[in-house]
Ligand binder design. Structure first.
Ligand SMILES: [Zn+2]
Length: 383
């Protein structure tokens, strides 16, 4: 079974959505912390703690404040009691009642012992509720609703794709930028929750399958193909979508002055020493017009580096995209660039620009993911 489905209590919100929606929903498993020697659990009202994997109730009651869970030689220590278990599941009666440290969570939290003997925690919750927590990290709550809805569908599709390829692991996604940033319920806002509700169950499908519906801050004029960065080549991620809607972005154009000595240091740190750096120039470009690779000439040799790696080495804040030109001015490389992010899929500032112009969320999504259908996630086949 690719997704873990469970019945949904019927919601009248189903009737407010434009596209067909699913009667089922999905549970997502989010890694929220790892390598811990102690986790503190709080619950405002009723709670129960079950053993894993047997799900036997080992403790229940009303109200917990910073109750410690620790790894022990035999298993896990819950308060002062030791249990020979792999981990425990903490559940509360009411959504948002559960806290781990200072963060609030919906759903349940599994606390498990890793092979090294430290603890990690996995929040298990409804995908739609997970999206409540994700959206505010990606967009501003004040965006026009159609823009928020476009982002909600892209984020849902991206999460569903990750869930579909993660079945061998004990969690589907991390709570960091390696997946989508998620901090429990703390950042939830009414309007971003509403955008999730209004698109409930809707995902982008290509040939009836979900795909990694990437998104980025600002494309800078044209989107990049996923194949420029990763091993994926499907029409919805083929890039070359012309987008001037992100002209309103503060990242539409940028420049960055990088001392050649800094580039020398990064080359040394990454095992490509060529001595004092004398020149930096693009040598190949990608189909969308971004820099593919750079040639760096040093006193002791030359190095050709993929621009995407160069960007990671120097930092994404400093080299905001690979859509740049370079001029070497004395001992400094001057990068003049466009956009922020990898440029693949949905352009977030372009989404805002289109929403301000009154575009419908389905138009926005069809521009950035050409050939994709917007349909119920339930109708998707396994990728
Ligand atoms: Zn754009």
């Amino acid at each position: 079974m690719k997704f873990r489905c469970r019945l949904l209590v019927l919601s009248f919100l189903l009737f407010l959505t434009a596209a067909p929606v699913s009667a089922n929903t999905y549970e997502i498993r989010v890694l929220i912390t790892e390598h811990q020697t102690q986790l503190l659990v709080s619950a405002k009202a009723e709670y129960q703690i079950r053993s894993l994997p047997t799900l036997t109730v080992i403790k229940k009651g009303k109200g917990l404040v910073n109750f410690p869970v620790q790894p022990s030689a035999r298993g896990v220590k819950v308060g002062n009691e030791e249990f020979a278990v792999r981990g425990v599941r903490v559940e509360t009666g009411e959504s948002r009642d559960l806290m781990l440290g200072s963060a609030h969570f919906r759903g349940a939290v599994d606390i498990l012992k890793d092979p090294q003997g430290s603890l990690y925690a996995v929040n298990r919750l409804d995908l739609e509720q997970y999206l409540y927590g994700v959206l505010p990290y990606e967009v501003a709550f004040w965006w026009p609703m159609e823009g928020l809805k476009a982002q909600a569908v892209a984020a849902r599709t991206y999460a569903l794709y990750q869930m579909s390829v993660s079945h061998a692991l004990e969690f589907d996604v991390k709570n960091t930028t390696s997946s989508q940033v998620y901090g429990g319920t703390m950042k939830e806002r009414y309007r971003t929750n509403l955008a999730v509700d209004k698109t409930r169950g809707q995902a982008l499908l290509y040939q009836n399958k979900v795909f990694p519906a990437y998104f980025h801050a600002t494309c800078g004029g044209v989107t990049a193909a996923a194949s420029e960065l990763w091993k994926i080549d499907i029409p919805p991620l083929a890039g070359k979508v012309v987008c001037n809607y992100c002209r309103i972005s503060p990242h539409w154009k940028w420049d960055s002055r990088v001392p050649l000595a800094d580039i020398e240091e990064k080359l040394n740190q990454n095992g490509r020493p060529i001595g004092r750096v004398l020149n930096v120039e693009p040598v190949t470009s990608t189909p969308s017009g971004r820099v593919g690779s750079l040639k760096i000439v040093g006193a002791g040799g030359e190095a050709v580096i993929a621009a995407k790696d160069f960007r990671v080495w120097l930092g994404g804040d400093r080299i905001r995209s690979t859509f740049f030109s370079i001029l070497v001015d004395d001992d400094t490389a001057v990068f003049e660039g466009k956009g922020w992010g990898h440029g693949v899929g949905l352009c977030q500032w372009g989404t805002l620009g289109q929403a301000i112009l009154g575009k419908h969320y389905t138009e926005i999504l069809k521009l950035y993911y050409p050939g994709a259908d917007i349909s119920s996630a339930e109708s998707a086949k396994k990728p």
